[in-house]
Design a protein around this ligand. Structure first.
Ligand code: PGA
Ligand code: ZN
Length: 431
């Protein structure tokens, strides 16, 4: 056993220039672990609570000094002296004090400590973090690198004035190895930039590093991305597929319909939106659709899954918020067939791994994900490998907070050498 000796947090900045929590955990052996907590913009209603100061005199009312003080006070007194190898016990101690949905302590407080403890335990046993996650998840020797989803065009809540759908991603499911997948992402991204410029669209960037021009509808966007892929050696529908994050909770209007400003200005029902997806997947090699419907539209999700769940990965993000109880509900209702994994939606490593284990036990896909507000922290790269998730989404292949994760996967690939595995996570007809 190696005991936790010291726990300290401070306020740092995320990629949007907003404050977030940085945590450092030191063990009695001298081993150190750190964590930078991410933050979302299009957050789900049922996510664990991100604690922000109510103080409009500093940091645009977004300070996290209370969360920091919860780490340095309450959480530190709880966990100092505990065994860093017992991740579940450390997390459980925090869960018990954190209150309903972590609202008392803040999920940004608990998550920083949880990750930093895992990372310190890894350093203590001189193993990389992905192996530590493997141990915690029950995978002895994790060797699987995830297929990345590159978000090359940003809309919705991540870019003002851009597309209705939030994320247009390229998903190199049929490429042989991680390095080639990364190369495909880089080349398609660069091609898209020159195509947009040539057609007089702006190449300004959205929050996740993808382009965010004004004046694009869904079809035009998909056609532009097809053109960008066609200029590379990789084949659309064979090696390169698309993944969409509609983030439909942002399109839902409380009057009881969806609103797609740039597609067709009418009141869309769930069934009509599902028909739109059917139309899109018949024309484009779309392998994955995330949050195709609103987070409370459970009937719609059931229909969506019945209609296209055999052909397309249907990922629940806002719908499932990385929480086991929501995945259980979706399994019972046959809604969705995959879950997005964001550590800060639930607030501890242990609970995240439990949700992933439940998904895998039911042959669901898991997509480990960043948030739109990120730091240089690369934990999610290790989490994806350690759990054999098979998929990661961490933005465009550009901007430091995004490339940090891709670069970390390159390093893990080097460590794994010949043993590295890379294969399509989807056994649906399309891939
Ligand atoms: P968020 O976006 O981090 O702003 O929630 C990411 C996503 O919706 O997948
Ligand atoms: Zn999403």
């Amino acid at each position: 056993m190696t005991a936790i000796k010291n726990v300290r947090a401070r306020e740092i900045l995320d990629s949007r220039g907003n404050p977030t929590v940085f945590t450092r955990v030191e063990l009695t052996s001298g081993a150190i672990g750190t964590a930078g907590v991410p933050s979302g913009a299009s957050t789900g209603e049922r996510e664990a609570w991100e604690l922000r100061d109510i103080d409009d005199s500093r940091m645009n009312n977004k300070g996290v000094l209370q969360a920091v003080s919860n780490v340095n006070g309450t959480i530190s007194s709880l966990v100092v002296g505990m065994n860093a190898d017992d991740q579940a016990a450390v997390d459980q101690a925090m869960i018990e004090k954190a209150g309903e949905n972590k609202a008392t302590l803040g999920a940004n407080a608990t998550l920083g400590v949880s990750i930093a403890v895992a990372s310190a335990a890894a350093a203590d046993s001189r193993q990389p973090l992905y192996r530590r996650f493997g141990d915690l998840f029950g995978i002895d020797n994790p060797t699987r690198l995830p297929v990345p989803m590159f978000n090359i065009l940003n809309g919705g809540a991540h870019a003002s004035d851009s597309t209705d759908f939030q994320e247009f991603m390229v998903f190199p499911l049929g490429v042989d190895n991680f390095e080639d997948a990364l190369r495909a992402g880089v080349e398609i991204y660069a091609n898209l930039k020159s195509i947009l410029s040539k057609k007089n669209y702006s190449t300004t960037l959205g929050d996740e590093g993808g382009f965010a021009p004004a004046g694009l509808d869904t079809i035009t966007t998909l056609d532009l991305i097809c053109e960008a892929v066609e200029k590379t050696p990789w084949k659309l529908g064979d090696e390169i597929f698309f993944a969409l994050d509609v983030a439909a909770s942002e399109l839902w209007r409380k009057e009881g319909h969806y609103w797609l400003e740039r597609t067709d200005q009418k009141k869309w029902s769930s069934a009509e939106l599902i028909d739109e997806y059917k139309n899109l997947i018949s024309k484009y090699p779309i392998a994955s659709i995330e949050d195709g419907l609103d987070e409370n539209d459970w009937d719609g999700w059931q229909l969506l899954t019945q209609e296209i769940g055999d052909r397309v990965q249907l990922v629940g993000d806002d719908l499932l918020v990385t929480q086991k109880a929501e995945v259980e509900k979706a399994l019972a209702q046959k809604s969705a067939n995959s879950v997005l994994i964001k550590l800060n939606q639930v607030g501890t490593v242990t609970e995240t791994l439990e949700t992933m284990a439940l998904a895998h036990a039911n042959d669901w896909g898991t997509v480990v994900s960043h948030r739109s507000g990120e730091t240089e922290d690369t934990t999610i790269a290790d989490l994806a490998v350690g759990t054999g998730a098979g998929q990661i989404k961490t933005g465009a292949p550009a901007r430091g907070e995004r490339t940090a994760k891709y670069n970390r996967l390159l390093m893990i690939g080097d460590e794994l050498g010949e043993t590295a595995e890379f294969r399509s996570p989807l056994d649906i007809d399309r891939a």
